[in-house]
Every structure is written in C-alpha cells, then in structure tokens.
Write a protein that binds this ligand. Sequence first.
Ligand code: 13P
Ligand code: SF4
Length: 306
Amino acid sequence: MDQEEIKQEIRRMARERNALLLAHNYQRDEVQEIADITGDSLALSMEAARTDREVIVFCGVHFMAESASILAPDKIVLLPRLDAGCPMADMVTPEGLRRMKAEHPGATVVTYVNSSADVKAESDICCTSSNAVNVVRSVKTEEVILVPDRNLGKYIAAHTDKTCHLWEGYCPTHDRLLVSDVRRAQKEHPDALFMAHPECPPEILEMADHICSTSGMYDYARKSPAKKFIVGTEAGILYRLRRENPDKEFFLPTSRLICPNMKLTSLEDILKSLQTMSPEITVPADIREKAKVTLDRMLAVPRDAG
Ligand code: 13P
Ligand code: SF4
C-alpha cells in the first residue's frame, strides 16, 4: 500500500472501530494530518474523556495515553507504539518521590503531567506547562515539591513566592537548546520574535519574548502582528504553525529539536493498532483513582488563580 492507501484504510478502520484519532502537536506531519484532533497532552486527554467514541488511538507518548485512560476509564485507549516513552517522565519513580516527600513533610507535591500514573498517584496536584504558575500559587502551603522538570520548576520558582524543592529531571530535547543556537537564529532573522517552551533551560528562557506551552504558541503566533518567529520547542509544532499562518515564517534555532519518541509513530503503526486493537494502555484501579484526584484538582484551579 502507498501512503494515500494507508491513510484511506486508517479512516475506514477508524469508522469501523468507532475510534477517535488523537495526535500530539509534536507528531510527524502525516500523523497530525490524519488525526481527528491535534493538541497538547492535557487537551487531548480531555477530548478522550469527552468523546462518545469507544476507542481512542493516542498518537503521542506513554504518559499521555495513561492520562487519557485515567480520565476516560470506560474507553479502550490504544498507543500505536508501546516503546514511545518520555525520558523526562521516566526520571522520577514513586519510590524516589516518597523519599523526597519524607525530606519535606510539609510541602505540597505539584507534578507536571509529563509523569507516570504511579507518580501522579503519589502527588497532591498536577500541572501543565500552561497552568503551572497558577497551580502553584493556588496551593495552601508555603513549600512545594516540583516534579520532575527542573527547568519548568525554576521557571515556576521565579514567578511565585513559594519555597520550591526541585526534582532534577529534564527533557533531553528541550535541554539541548543552546544560547549560541538562539543567538545565531536571531542574527539570521533580526526581526523575528523568539517564543520558548518552559522546558528549555533558564538561560534560554531569559532570551525569550514569550514563554508558553505548545498550545500557547499557536495563540501567540496567530495574534501577534509580527511576521517571523523563532520557535524554541520540538519541530513537530511547525506543521500547524505554518498551516494556520501562511503569511508568517517560523524557524527552529537548531535541527536538534527533535524528540525521537514523538517521531516513532508512523501511519503503518496506526493502521496496525486499529487492526489488532493493541497495544492497549490501562491503569490499575487503585492507581487510577489516586492519579485522577490530582488531575481533577488541577482542573478545578481557576485560570486566574493567585
Ligand atoms: P504539552 O503539555 O505542551 O503538550 O507538552 C508536552 C511535552 O511533551 C512537552 O515536551
Ligand atoms: Fe518527553 Fe521531552 Fe519528548 Fe516531551 S519532548 S515527550 S518532555 S522527551
């Protein structure tokens, strides 16, 4: 089958299985093109909970499919590539977090959604890159433990008056963006604005005109009168940025901004997943219930809290 035939067969199988295809903003272009909905990790999990389709094909990484299963336990959640993980999410374990909690017994544990269900279940509340500052401001304690991203943690610490204890995790993709990469791009495109994801190191965030989540970048690019943007996040975001803003230009500061895990899922994998109804992602009930509390608490935080 050629690529067009595979796309048609995916659409046919999705109808037959009553399946919704979700793709994260970092997926390959052809995967984003075939998806019913593209978005950031939390928005996609909420779509999974909202849909009346029986099957969710989650084109993303493992923790995202887990979040979908936590929020939509009655649905079949498929992750076409079981080996698509998130190295940052894997940098913290429930045992490690329990040790850190024992060191700071009065602190609230605020956990980035890029984490396993087990780690969420050990936490008090979740956050995403778009609501992290609001979530931390909303908690009652003066001390917080921020897990697992040290870069997002430093960003939050700089924007709240809480005492922040940071886990030393990081995203290998965002963490390899260098000041020299951004300087070179700014020299090549002096009239471009620089937008950066808070998973980038602090010295990169200091250079940014705007710091936001992946979904925040779509809003910023659309609303800004600027015509050129340097984009400090994973390359997959360019697909929709360029499609939605044909009169604007977008540049990556380096070709190294590729998350290998996000690029694993191919059209062939999606078709196979629909044909075999596997790999299915499930979360044990006890973990699911505890993890859901942390997501529900986050969703209850008003957008302008604090
Ligand atoms: P979002 O929460 O913006 O989807 O980001 C997820 C991610 O993996 C960022 O590296
Ligand atoms: Fe994880 Fe980074 Fe890949 Fe996002 S870009 S999935 S945080 S490794």
